[in-house]
Design a protein around this ligand. Sequence first.
Ligand code: NAD
Ligand code: DAU
Length: 339
Amino acid sequence: MKYLVTGGAGFIGANFVFYMLQEHPDDEIVCYDALTYAGNLETLESVMDHPKFRFVKGDVADREAVFRLFAEEGFDVVVNFAAESHVDRSIEDPGVFLKTNILGTQVLMDASREYGVARFHQVGTDEVYGDLPLDRPDLFFTEDMPVTASSPYSASKASADLLAMAYHRTYGLPVTISRCSNNYGPYQFPEKLIPLMIANALADKDLPVYGTGENVRDWLYVEDHCRAIDGILQNGRVGEIYNIGGHNEKSNLEVVKIILQQLGKPESLITFVGDRKGHDLRYAIDPAKIHGEIGWLPETKFENGIKATIQWYLDHEDWWKNIISGEYQQYYEKMYGNR
Ligand code: NAD
Ligand code: DAU
């Protein structure tokens, strides 16, 4: 089998490349990535010379380049991770989110129709269900819930999902969609909650918690996500949506306190800052469908995953210090300077 993995120089895509090369040593992977601010070839350093791996730099919205790649390679399976992925950036500048996340997905699906693939897997997010109230712990996201969106990011991801389902129904494209909760683990860009808080705590800088810190996320260790997608590729039903996550709900304040405790840093570093516009209250996945059909459940408990993640950031300071030393400084000042 030959896989096209788009966005494979980013956080989850790279972890998926590592996972697949290990679990399916006979399969080939081509990673196609535009190397935006979030893409990093250093992340892929260990596999660049792997005989079953090839990296191609390019934009998923570049129709000519994408069609050329499909013509050259003849893919069996496409897994589309490529996206603008940060909610806060989408609030500042939605345009690129629509281009990459919606039009990019369309281009990839058009190429998949033209050249034929056995599967087109769209990596989606649980943010397309909107949010759940904080005082109803009995409620969870299920696949049959209506799609809604709070941020330009989630609206763009919801649009891509709708388009993918339309391509399945109208053209018979063999689509599957997964909708995952918040991932954490190695190689996550330090604009997201957990790596940002680890990096700030290590530098004894303020930890900027939005609003009251009561918002809840359902944390999933990235390797569990990769295993779930592999399960869907092998055993999922075409035309179906699968939620991925569950049973690891934590408030932002709880997460930040755990990080401080693990690093032996004081809680006085916590600083409450202005809330995110349209801030979703709670995400929580019901994984009954993927569990029932594919036998998947998350394996990594938050307590263990966060320890492993913190240790990874301690052991790989060069990787993230390189990132936060450049353009990131201006980003940080813009987002947090007057918050
Ligand atoms: P990321 O921001 O770390 O990586 C995105 C990657 O896509 C980068 O390598 C970037 O260079 C590449 N990319 C961006 N625009 C591109 C373009 N136009 N053409 C080609 N490549 C492009 O994101 P992530 O956190 O790894 O998320 C991967 C996917 O998973 C996204 O689709 C995201 O919506 C989804 N997702 C993420 C989470 C999470 O918690 N991180 C949860 C659920 C779903
Ligand atoms: O649920 C899946 C989604 O999870 C993915 O689709 C997105 O790509 C991914 O970025 C993530 O979205 P969130 O907005 O939930 O993640 P983020 O890490 O940006 O924020 C997590 C929570 O922490 C959220 O409630 C906002 C809060 N937060 C975040 C940052 C960066 C803070 O309080 N302070 C911060 O500095």
